[in-house]
Design a protein around this ligand. Structure first.
Ligand code: DP6
Length: 332
């Protein structure tokens, strides 16, 4: 039996991935940039066990729903193919944060799974190949492999589509204050959303302009220029949601509470606080600010009746292996 346990943080996209060139391999229509979220993580233990007749996957200590188990098995198939083995695996995953509410649990989940399964299978993959492997499970998972502020180049092919760090977590003490307005599971998955992105007449314009937004975002991070970052982050989020609500069928992830939190963020900015918002495929609002004002921003968000909880995350490190949990591998 070879077992390994790995951890990965979720990430918040500052420039969003929405729409695929290749939906099976998750080759994205545009590049994206994100920040890993420290404090939140998925912990995944993978063990290849000769006695098993099929893969078994538990999520938060319960047997996972069939669609999630299939996605996990597909990734395990890739690992088995690379390692030249046929053994089935037992995979146990836990999130220390709410699952399926727009805090990309599939990102941390598939990043942790890729690292744990690759290690348990005896594969020695570098960061690029781990990122490529994680991408085949869930696109945004490739950004949870490297550290800190991360760019995923579309690349256009399996070989060239991977993520890399553009700045270490310590580079900029940004804080993502996640205002939870709902922790209900979302009705439409990101995968379904990606598949209809091209039905929106806005998608082409969003994709064509993406290199410009990526440049502005990358430079804003390098220069720690919050004003430039805020403008491009809000624009990019709004462009993605414009595509979502004009797709066929239309996708509206916002709730009335989402919009009212966005309005509060705009008011905070008018009153002089350096804040901005971004929203993924869910109703919760990620409010970005610098650590000096994070206490005040989080305090104001907590006061809002529509906000049930605020999670505060600093930039997070890369996915990592829990060395003490290795069994059956002759590794250090
Ligand atoms: C809105 O990576 O969850 O969070 O590849 O189908 O698993 P799949 O999609 P996923 O899509 C993420 C969409 C997003 C934007 C982003 O994280 O870039």
């Amino acid at each position: 039996m070879t077992t390994a346990t790995a951890y990965a943080h979720p990430n918040i996209a500052l420039i969003k991935y929405w729409g695929d060139l290749d939906p099976t391999l998750h080759i994205p229509a545009n590049g994206s940039i994100s920040m890993n979220l420290a404090g939140m993580f998925t912990r995944t233990c993978a063990s290849f066990e000769p006695g098993l007749e099929e893969d078994r996957f538990t999520l938060n200590d319960k047997p996972a729903p069939i669609p999630s188990s299939r996605r996990v098995s597909k990734l395990l198939d890739r690992v088995r193919q690379m390692a030249g083995i046929r053994t089935h695996a037992l995979v146990e995953s836990q999130n220390n944060f709410p699952t399926g509410v727009g805090i990309a649990s599939s990102a941390s989940g598939f990043a942790a799974l890729s690292l744990a399964a690759a290690y348990a299978a005896g594969l020695e993959l570098d960061e690029k190949d781990l990122s490529r492997l994680a991408r085949t499970g869930s696109g945004s998972a490739c950004r949870s492999i490297p550290a800190g502020f991360v760019e995923w180049q579309s690349g256009g092919s399996d070989e060239e589509s991977y993520a890399f760090s553009i700045a270490a977590p310590e580079h900029w003490d940004l804080v993502d204050c996640i205002a939870l307005v709902s922790i209900a599971e979302k009705q439409v998955s990101s995968s379904e959303g990606h598949s209809v992105a091209n039905t929106s007449i806005f998608q082409e314009a969003r994709i064509t302009d993406a290199p410009r937004r990526l440049d502005i975002c990358r430079t804003a991070i390098q220069k720690r220029d919050f004003k430039a970052l805020a403008e491009v982050v809000e624009l990019d989020s709004n462009l993605m949601h414009a595509v979502m609500i004009t797709s066929d069928p239309p996708l509206l992830y916002w709730k009335p509470e989402t919009v009212s939190v966005v309005q509060e963020v705009i008011s905070m900015r008018k009153s002089g606080l350096a804040v901005c918002y971004t929203i993924d495929a869910g109703p919760n609002v990620h409010v970005l600010c610098s650590s000096e004002v994070a206490g005040a921003v989080s305090g104001m968000l907590k006061e809002l009746p529509q906000v049930s909880k605020v999670l505060e995350c600093n930039p997070g490190g890369p996915a990592w292996i829990e060395k003490s949990a290795l069994h059956g591998n002759n590794r250090d």
